[in-house]
Design a protein around this ligand. Sequence first.
Ligand code: GCO
Ligand code: CA
Length: 263
Amino acid sequence: MDNSLFDLTGKIALVTGSTHGLGMAMAKGLGNAGATLIVNGNSSQQKIDDAVKYYESEGIKAFGYKFNVADEAEVIEAVQKIQSEVGAIDILINNAGIIKRTPLEEMEVADFKQVIDIDLVSPFIVSKHVVKSMIARKKGKIINICSMMSELGRNTVGAYAAAKGGLKMLTQNMATEWAKHNIQINGIGPGYFATSQTAPIRVDGHPFNDFIINRTPAAKWGDPDDLGGAAVFLASKASNFVNGHILYVDGGILATIGKPSNE
Ligand code: GCO
Ligand code: CA
């Protein structure tokens, strides 16, 4: 099969928050399609080194950079280092994010602001500094990782929903401003996936576990590797006229109002 439409050989991809979870699964998808990975995290150098070793064991070229996506000075320094040490960034996936599950009326303002900072302001900061060389080179791909919460509310995740809803509009505005430079900016909206972020609500017997399985037409939690195809599509020339679109990968959740638990 000629899959040159999806070939990422020679491309350099920065995936923020790619030491574990969905970020790692999407990065692996890009790497298996030929991309060289820039692995990022902010918790520890050890986690980054371990992730780089993991990618390399999968036959993927990877380089680790520890920086805080919410700190503009750190982002500027890291982007400059990446560009001089590895090369210009062709693909950026803004994936790093956090969630806090607290009823809104009990949530501290500082916690609300921290979620907005990391999940919404950071994609702006990183994109702002990566897009400059994309504009100069007249090509690039930016993928913002949205959520079911870009479209739907849920008890306790108000700050996260506000950030992810904002990220959907930020994606559309980036496309509005940057598409003319031959840069495609889109989003991926993962449904409910089996990751460490959802571990606390995925345990057997937790009512949310049954709820999600019943609420999802595919009747299961997603396997993180199922996101690889969407990432490769939006990172490759297969999507060269797709812009400002959010591709939901959710087993059908947004297609339906759901059903009673006994059906
Ligand atoms: C939650 C979940 C979600 C998912 C995902 C859904 O508490 O509802 O953790 O936020 O992580 O973002 O798309
Ligand atoms: Ca290929």
